[in-house]
Design a protein around this ligand. Sequence first.
Ligand code: SF4
Length: 305
Amino acid sequence: MTETINVMTVSGGKDSTAMWIYAIKELGVEVSAVFNDTGNEHPMTYEYIDYLESVLGPIKRVKADFSKQIAHKREVVQTKWRDDGVSEEIVQQALEMLHPTGNPFLDLCLWKGRFPSTKRRFCTQELKIIPNLEQVYIPLLEAGYQVISWQGVRAQESAARAKLAEWEDTPEGYRIYRPILKWTVEEVFEMHRRHGIKPNPLYTMGMGRVGCMPCINCGKQELFEIARRFPEQINRIAKWEETVKKASKRGAGSFFPTANGRDTEGIYDEVEWSKTTWGGKQYDLIKAIEMEDIPVCSSQYGLCE
Ligand code: SF4
């Protein structure tokens, strides 16, 4: 009989953690946990992944590598850009920047010459889906295992997720199982409590979701929270913007290129906008005070009893 392997992607967020706890503590199912390291996670998430490993079991870190794509882009810059009318200064600047840094998110943007956006969302595909297929699913399938991919998504999260089925077959040959599809957010945190597993501390710091920091889908309030609590993350993105801009033919390098129906000039511009009231014209006085006065807990999920 073909052996079955249960694979689960653990993001450091509440849903995938609750699903993992449920699988091993309540169903007694063995799972292979995988963490996609995008290189754009908060340090607390990396620490939390280490914590989960110490209390729940081993986690395989999967990282995308874009060295080949960057090498190919260098060739294109060398051989084609001048013919396309790109100035020598920009060609030299791009060649200087186009070396792999080892950070998957930044290397992906160097290769593409831009940041992903809500309209061109290539990050999930390149940083998570393809590396998981290449490094986890395909090797298991080729070794003859039947693979079940456990996904920690919930119908409550969005209309699109509400339409998902509990079970699904994929063209690659593995099956998808979504065991917590009908769970509420309270049930998710209850699963943590029941088994004494701490949720990611970022939930007590105003973060509604855990994943890239920031995510390209990050809303106004979340960006405001990130900027006031973790300004170093904003500074990191600003440095990345400078690097990506220099590697881009057209000088495109805003993390949120056309966020919220407006063109942005970069992450600092977007942070300024996040401090404004609805309409984006006036500074929100309450936010101006909050910028200086950070409470210990501003969880969106009432985590602090
Ligand atoms: S968390 Fe956001 S930024 Fe990160 S890969 Fe997913 S969609 Fe892209």
